[in-house]
Design a protein around this ligand. Structure first.
Ligand code: ATP
Ligand code: MG
Length: 209
């Protein structure tokens, strides 16, 4: 079974067709690079697949569940790193993580363990008690990634076209891609698949987890 299946997925805003009958499948263990220039409809497609937007036409299944009929179930199974950040600047990184864990009903003891784990993954442990307003853009994006992983999603949607996810490796080499991020996830409870936006084939986003 494909973990994401879209059939003729379409979104119309007024007179503009932002996504025009798009069909594709993503398999388990796949990191799917979603390529297109500015305005191609990548974010709009991700917003439909993550149940934030209702399709005008067409259907999609995520982990076998219909994105409209089973929207609530879908939300529990996916993680999203959105293009526009949602972390709260007035809170610390740690407070943001606790908020996210509560929103996803992760039990307290388990949340404590997972927060340690995912903040370690994105190398934000040292900055965890600082307010997010003092973070750099990349640090905010990494916190957003940590939030997207706190409920151990089966699929990670990475709308990271600006490639801000510069997570330092132990080797000193920064990761170049979403697939690097997903590899890092294999340390803990990794998602089964990742769909990541890219703007250019020059970006080495491919392709395994
Ligand atoms: N809420 C909205 N109302 C009207 N038009 C919209 C809305 N959201 C997106 N659009 C339009 O839909 C098209 C696709 O936008 P989208 O954000 O999906 O592109 P993208 O591929 O993610 O681009 P980028 O690489 O810049 O992030 C654009 O023309 C955009 O102006
Ligand atoms: Mg976009």
């Amino acid at each position: 079974m494909s973990i994401i299946e879209t059939e003729e997925l379409t979104k119309v805003f007024g007179k503009l067709t932002a996504v025009d009958h798009v069909s594709f499948n993503v398999e388990e263990k796949e990191v799917f690079g979603f390529l297109g220039p500015n305005g191609a409809g990548k974010t709009t497609t991700i917003n439909m697949l993550t149940t934030l937007l209702r399709p005008t036409e067409g259907t999609a299944k995520v982990v076998g569940l219909d994105i409209v009929k089973d929207a609530n179930k879908v939300r529990n199974l996916i993680g999203l790193v959105p293009q526009d950040l949602t972390v709260d600047e007035d809170l610390t990184g740690m407070e943001n993580m606790w908020l996210q864990a509560r929103l996803y009903h992760v039990p307290k003891e388990e949340a404590k363990k997972r927060i340690e784990e995912v903040l370690g993954l994105v190398e934000l442990k040292d900055a965890a008690n600082r307010k997010v307003e003092t973070y750099s853009g990349g640090m905010r994006k990494r916190l957003e990634l940590a939030e997207g992983l706190i409920h151990y999603p089966k699929i990670l949607f990475l709308d990271d076209k600006d490639k801000e996810l510069g997570i330092p490796y132990g080797s000193g080499q920064p990761p170049q891609s979403a697939s690097d991020v997903c590899q890092q996830c294999s340390i803990s409870n990794k998602p089964d698949a990742c769909l990541a936006t890219i703007n250019s084939t020059a970006q080495p986003y491919f392709l395994y987890i």
